[in-house]
Design a binder for this molecule. Sequence first.
Ligand code: SD4
Length: 334
Amino acid sequence: MKRRTFIQNASLSGIGVVTAGAAIGCNNETKTLEKENKPSTPKASLPLVVATWDVKNATAKAWETLQQGGSVLDAIEQGCRVEEANAEGQSVGIGGLPDRDGNVTLDACIMSPEGGYGAVVYLQNIKHPISVARKVMEETPHVLMAGEGAKQFAISMGFPTENLLTEASIKAWEAWKVTSQYEPIINIENHDTIGMLAIDKDGTISGGCTTSGLAYKMAGRVGDSPIIGSGLFIDNEVGGATATGMGEEVLKTVGSFLIVELMRQGKSPQEACEEAINRIVTKNKNFQKIQVGYVAVNKAGEVGYYGIHKGFSVTKFQNGENVNLPSDFYLKSS
Ligand code: SD4
């Protein structure tokens, strides 16, 4: 299934709610002891790259970067750049759908294994926000830069400026303007955000997230993707998580941080993703209209992923195999 259409298939009629079966009670003390007594031996074959959606070219690039001796941070940056440069992807980089005023505004962040974080929000005319985010992390005393200042910083770092609004995106925007109807209902949005997690053969973890955000958003709107703990969180002692979908819901529940903290308490990546989705659906009575998908890895290389609606998928590159995997989901058709 194409990423863009993933929740269009989630018909709201006849949807039955099925429990995710994730809210497991947790004795923190016991879990901490268990964790302390257990060496963190990889349970899965490493290295490993995993990303939101069907982005095999991006995961392949990240994998290849690791094989060539690049760091996990290099792998994340190089992998995310593939999608940013893909003009056909209408939610990332060039070709991203604009806001309601016709401006393509990009958000991205990156996290290093050392706990470093760099991000840009509302960046215009620069195709590779993930690389600018890395420069913010490595070349400035700051972690988050916005708008014109972020653009000027990127230019000072040698990034070229270019028009990111493609013919296809202009057409889509003009078609939207006929009605200009905007409800932040994910079923009518396009969602291709790439959130990527990479773990090298030694278990060192890094992650990144890059997007043009919700199509036809209000000018100035920023989503979860560039915000530490929401669209992405890495703790190299525990694991990492990243999100896609309706950013407002991820922000309100600080989803990626929540997942990493749940894994720290002993939950598997799968259990942690399911609990983070449960958190959204129990706090928002309109959850049937919302899609959010999470993917997580832990230090042992175990992977979990889960969405609210059918249609979310992840791409995993492991053991030399690059595969797109459909995700389980909360709302099951009856
Ligand atoms: C946002 N989470 O800006 C992003 C959108 C997204 O695929 O995931 N698109 O809210």
